[in-house]
Design a protein around this ligand. Structure first.
Ligand SMILES: NC(=O)C1=CN([C@@H]2O[C@H](COP(=O)(O)OP(=O)(O)OC[C@H]3O[C@@H](n4cnc5c(N)ncnc54)[C@H](OP(=O)(O)O)[C@@H]3O)[C@@H](O)[C@H]2O)C=CC1
Ligand SMILES: O=C(O)CCC(=O)C(=O)O
Length: 434
């Protein structure tokens, strides 16, 4: 057993950074794994973090300089892997925490990757398409020495999409003097992207929610679901769960939520990439007599539903509202939606939280399929992608469930135990210490 002391669970702050939360989660899980404490200490820190200035010529001719980051946490199992986020609150500390979660996510899914994450502190809604392209191309130039198909492979995250990846790939390829599709994943299929990547994190969240419902002896057709966020993760998870028979009673965008106890037609609402902020404008467009009503994002989290899927930003379930969560099961579609203190409160209240590093891992799993397709210069069908994704998710679910059932662990601790064991074994086998 590790000699690492589990942290005090009563310490709480909803402003905890992703890094603080990720370190506490690691310390807690390490107490359940026979791992060298030196390895755990090393894994609390990234290998490196690059901060870059990204100058942008705005449409009016002025120049604005944005700050970008790329955090590389660990690569013992393979190249660093993880998304690029465009959001005003991106910081070095957030990228490090998110890169730690990528290390665990890739290990839970047994993918040959380590963890990375990056982004630019910018509001993407304030940029024209041309400005986003110029910003992305310059960011790719600044990161050119860090990234590459065998070194570090970025992908989409909040505020970025397939087009962003296409610009990044093109800028990198032009610098290298040859076309290198495998430098990023999540590209459009016409330039080496994989079918099914865009909906994959939502699909895996839906698969894991379906398995969790079954695990707790419920039937999907009598399951109510509330989903926060209607982007790549939230919209796709909501639509699939509805297709599979669940009743999605609430969804939200940045401005608020809509709620209808009889169910919302989630296919009728554009997702974030189709039309940002469409959920609340859909509510405004509802004809008189429709039963859907407006709710705040905080109100959505407290609905009495079978399954709650936070799929937008981090730190939304905190010590302040964990006592008010009325869902029977929480499935994390977003990265880091539950603070460390909230986790302890939900555990005390017997509300299972199926963690991000398992539930939303479909994104990086299909990124892995895309990387393989790029190396082999051969495209898979959507049917094959979805079939293999389903298999990978069910294998990971089975591995994590075994730790829950055999070890009496929470779902988060169980996922960490699976991941940390694999990372630690790789380090010991390679002789890389710490
Ligand atoms: N994309 C990916 O491949 C993966 C993403 N994730 C994680 O999932 C989460 C969502 O990412 P993704 O779906 O890609 O993001 P998108 O940018 O596609 O969509 C984000 C959604 O969240 C809404 N939103 C933004 N801010 C808030 C807020 N403060 N409160 C409530 N809703 C908000 C947006 O509303 P609006 O339309 O109004 O702007 C939009 O509906 C993030 O935590 C991300 O790290 C995890 C795995 C993979
Ligand atoms: O597809 C990837 O490489 C990573 C996606 C991502 O950033 C995530 O899973 O949080």
């Amino acid at each position: 057993m590790s000699t690492t002391t589990p942290p005090d669970e009563t310490e709480s702050d909803e402003r905890d950074s992703a890094l603080v939360t990720a370190r506490r989660q690691l310390e807690r899980a390490a107490a359940h794994v026979d791992v060298d404490p030196g390895v755990v200490e090393r894994l609390k820190h990234p290998t490196r973090v690059q901060q870059v200035s990204v100058p942008l010529e705005r449409e009016d001719g002025s120049v604005e300089v944005f700050t970008g980051y790329r955090a590389q946490h660990d690569d013992v199992r393979g190249p660093y892997k993880g998304g690029l986020r465009y959001h005003p609150e991106v910081t070095a500390e957030e990228c490090i925490g998110l890169s730690m979660w990528m290390t665990w996510k890739c290990a839970v899914l047994d993918l040959p990757f380590g963890g990375g994450k990056g982004g630019i502190a910018v509001d993407p809604k304030s940029l024209s398409d041309d400005e986003t392209e110029r910003l992305t191309r310059r960011f790719a130039e600044e990161l050119r020495n860090m990234v590459g198909p065998t070194k570090d492979v970025p992908a989409p995250d909040m505020g970025t999409d397939a087009q962003t990846m296409a610009w990044f790939m093109d800028a990198y390829s032009m610098q290298q003097g040859e076309t290198i599709p495998g430098v990023v994943t999540g590209k459009p299929p016409v330039i080496g992207g994989s079918y099914g990547r865009e909906e994959a994190p939502g699909r895996s969240t839906a698969i894991i929610a379906r398995e969790a419902v079954d695990h707790y002896d419920r039937n999907l057709s009598s399951t109510t679901v509330a989903v926060q966020g209607f982007g790549s993760v939230g919209a796709n998870a909501a639509r699939l769960l509805e297709d599979w028979g669940a009743t999605v009673v609430a969804v939200s965008d940045v401005n608020g939520a809509i709620y209808d106890p009889d169910g919302i037609d989630v296919n009728a609402i554009p997702s974030h990439d189709e039309e940002p902020e469409a959920v609340t404008s859909y509510a405004t467009d509802l004809a008189d007599g429709d039963s859907a009503r407006r709710l705040s994002n905080a109100g959505l989290l407290e609905l009495d539903v079978d399954v709650l899927i936070p799929a937008a930003v981090g730190n939304v379930i905190t010590a302040d509202n964990a006592d008010a969560i009325a869902a029977d099961i929480v499935v994390e579609g977003a990265n880091g939606p539950t603070t460390f203190a909230a986790d302890a409160i939900l555990e005390e209240r017997d509300i299972p939280v199926v963690p991000d590093i398992l539930a939303n891992a479909g994104g990086v799993t299909v990124s892995y399929f895309e990387w393989l397709q790029d190396i082999n210069r051969r495209q898979w069908t959507l049917e094959r992608v979805n079939r293999e994704l389903e298999e990978h998710m069910l294998d990971a679910w089975t591995d994590v469930r075994a730790e829950v059932e055999d070890g009496g662990l929470t779902w988060r601790d169980a996922a960490y135990v699976v991941a940390l064991s694999r990372v630690a074994e790789a380090k010991e086998t390679r002789g890389l210490w710490p």
